[in-house]
Design a protein around this ligand. Structure first.
Ligand code: GLC
Length: 442
C-alpha cells in the first residue's frame, strides 16, 4: 500500500466504524465508545471531517459523571454481545455518576491534547466548541488531581488495570498476583470469540479483572472508598505523563479563552516536583511504575518508561540515558536478531515478554505516536522518524490492526482498528510533527 492508498483506507476504517454520534474502536471486538480511543479517533477525523471530529468529543464528554470523571466505556446505544454489558457495572442511579450508561472506570486523559491539536494552526475549531468543552476538561483534570489523589502528590491512582489503557501489561502482574478472587460473579468472556486466545489475557488474569469490577461495584464506585479499599492501586508513568502533557495543553486552551490558569499551574508545578522521586530509578536509568498498595516500585521495564518525554518531564540527561541505554539497546527495544519493528510494548529481555500477547510485547501504534512526539521534543529526530516509519510500514503491510508482532510485523487482535487508522492519518499528514511541544525540564 502506498501513502495515498493508506490514507484512503484509513478514512474507510473510520467511516466503517462510525455509529453516528460515536465511533466504535473496531467492528466486532469493541462495539461501544471507548474514552481514549475516541480522542485519537477525533484527531484522525479532524483531517477530513472536522464537524464529525467535534461531535466525537461532544459525545464522549456528554457521558461525564457529575463528579468530573469521564468514563472508560460508554454505551450510548445500550447492550450488545460485548462483556461486560452496561448493567454489569451497576453505575446507574449513583448520585455521582452520569446520565449515559457507562463503566465505573476512567482511561488516560489524552483528550485535552487532542482538543488543543484540533484548534491549532491547521484546524480552526470554533471558539464556541472550546468554550463548551473547556469546563468539562477542567473538571476531569481536577478530579484526577484531587479525587484520585491518595497520597497528597496529586498523582492520580488507578484502581483497575483497564484504567491504564494497557489492560494486560506485565506491569500489573505483581499487584494482580496478590489478589485472590472470591465469590466471583458468573460471567462469560466474549473477547476470545473474535480474537485468538493466545493474543488475549490468560484466564486467571481475566478473573482478577472481573473480580476488581465486582469490588468497585460493591463499593458503589464511591471515590473515597475506592482509594481506601480497592486491592489494586497503582500510579502509572504513562498515565501521569499523559495527564501532565494534557495539563499543559489545557493551560494553553485556558489562555486562548482568557481564563485564569492558577489552578492548572498548581497541578503542573506539583507534578514536576514529585515526578522523579516517585518514578525515576537512577541506577537503571528508567522510569518505573509505582504500586501504591505495596508501597514499592514496579520493577518491570515496559515502554511507558519513554512517556515522560511526551510531557517534557525528563531532563535532557535523563532523556539521553533512556535513548542510549534502552531505546537503542538491541537487547531491550531496538530491532535486532529477535525483532524487526519498533517499539515492543515491553522490553524483549523482560520476564513476561510475549510478542503476540495483548500488551505483553506487541507494538501499539498509539504508543509509537506518543513516544515519537516525546523523542522529537528532546531533539531525537532520527529515533522519532524511525518510530513513525515503522508504524506506517506495519500498517501498510498488515492493515489497521489493534497491535502487531514486533518480529515479523504480522497483525494481532482486533481488525479494522480505529486508532491505528486515525494515527496513520496524523503520521502521514505530518510525519515529523509533535503537536505543540512546550518547555522541557531543565
Ligand atoms: C483495550 C485496550 C484499551 C482500549 C480498548 C478499546 O481494552 O487495552 O486501551 O481503549 O481496548 O480499543
Amino acid at each position: 500500500m502506498d501513502n495515498s492508498e493508506l490514507i484512503s483506507r484509513a478514512r474507510c476504517v473510520l467511516r466503517l466504524n462510525d455509529m453516528g454520534e460515536f465511533t466504535r474502536p473496531s467492528p466486532r471486538q469493541y462495539p461501544h465508545q471507548w474514552n481514549w480511543d475516541s480522542a485519537f479517533i477525533a484527531l484522525g477525523l479532524s483531517h477530513f471531517d472536522l464537524p464529525r471530529a467535534l461531535a466525537e468529543v461532544r459525545t464522549l464528554l456528554r457521558a461525564q459523571w457529575r463528579d468530573g470523571m469521564v468514563p472508560h466505556i460508554i454505551y450510548p446505544t445500550g447492550a450488545s454481545d460485548y462483556f461486560p454489558p452496561p448493567d454489569f457495572w451497576r453505575t446507574e442511579n449513583l448520585p455521582h455518576a452520569g446520565a449515559i450508561p457507562s463503566s465505573g472506570l476512567t482511561q488516560p486523559p489524552i483528550l485535552a491534547t487532542v482538543v488543543r491539536a484540533m484548534s491549532g494552526p491547521t484546524h480552526t475549531a470554533q471558539r464556541d466548541f472550546l468554550q463548551e468543552v473547556f469546563p468539562r476538561l477542567l473538571a476531569w483534570h481536577r478530579w484526577f488531581h484531587t479525587t484520585r489523589d491518595a497520597d497528597g502528590t496529586g498523582l492520580p491512582c488507578l484502581i483497575h488495570p483497564w484504567e491504564s489503557g494497557m489492560d494486560n501489561s506485565p506491569l500489573w502482574a505483581g499487584a494482580l498476583d496478590r489478589i485472590t478472587p472470591i465469590n466471583l460473579p458468573p460471567f462469560s468472556r466474549r473477547d476470545t470469540i473474535h480474537v485468538a486466545p493466545d493474543e488475549r489475557p490468560l484466564a486467571p488474569d481475566y478473573e482478577r479483572f472481573v473480580y476488581l469490577i465486582d469490588c468497585g461495584r460493591r463499593l458503589r464506585w464511591e471515590p473515597r472508598a475506592l482509594l481506601e479499599q480497592m486491592p489494586f492501586l497503582v500510579q502509572d508513568v504513562l498515565f501521569c505523563s499523559i495527564l501532565h502533557r494534557a495539563d499543559q495543553d489545557l493551560r494553553m486552551l485556558a489562555v486562548k479563552l482568557g481564563q485564569d490558569t492558577y489552578e492548572i499551574d498548581g497541578w503542573l508545578a506539583r507534578t514536576h516536583e514529585v515526578f522523579d522521586t516517585r518514578f525515576w530509578d537512577d541506577e537503571r536509568g528508567l522510569y518505573l511504575d509505582y504500586d501504591v498498595r505495596a508501597q514499592a516500585p514496579i520493577r518491570a521495564n515496559a515502554n511507558v518508561t519513554f512517556a515522560p518525554l511526551f510531557a517534557g518531564l525528563a531532563s535532557p540527561e535523563q532523556a539521553a540515558r533512556l535513548v542510549v541505554e534502552h531505546l537503542d539497546n538491541l537487547v531491550e527495544y531496538a530491532p535486532g536478531a529477535d525483532s524487526q519493528f519498533r517499539l515492543p510494548s515491553v522490553a524483549k529481555n523482560e520476564r513476561g515478554y510475549s510478542p503476540r500477547r495483548y500488551w505483553c510485547g506487541p507494538v501499539w501504534i498509539q504508543m509509537n505516536w506518543i513516544i515519537a512526539g516525546g523523542l522529537r521534543r528532546y531533539g531525537f529526530a532520527a529515533q522519532a522518524d524511525a518510530l513513525v516509519r515503522d508504524s506506517l510500514a506495519l500498517m501498510a503491510q498488515s492493515d489497521f490492526r489493534e497491535y502487531y508482532d514486533p518480529r515479523d510485523g504480522s497483525g494481532c487482535g482486533a481488525t479494522d482498528f480505529c486508532w491505528s487508522a486515525a494515527l496513520a492519518l496524523e503520521m502521514a499528514a505530518s510525519p515529523d510533527s509533535s503537536p505543540h511541544p512546550g518547555e522541557l525540564k531543565s
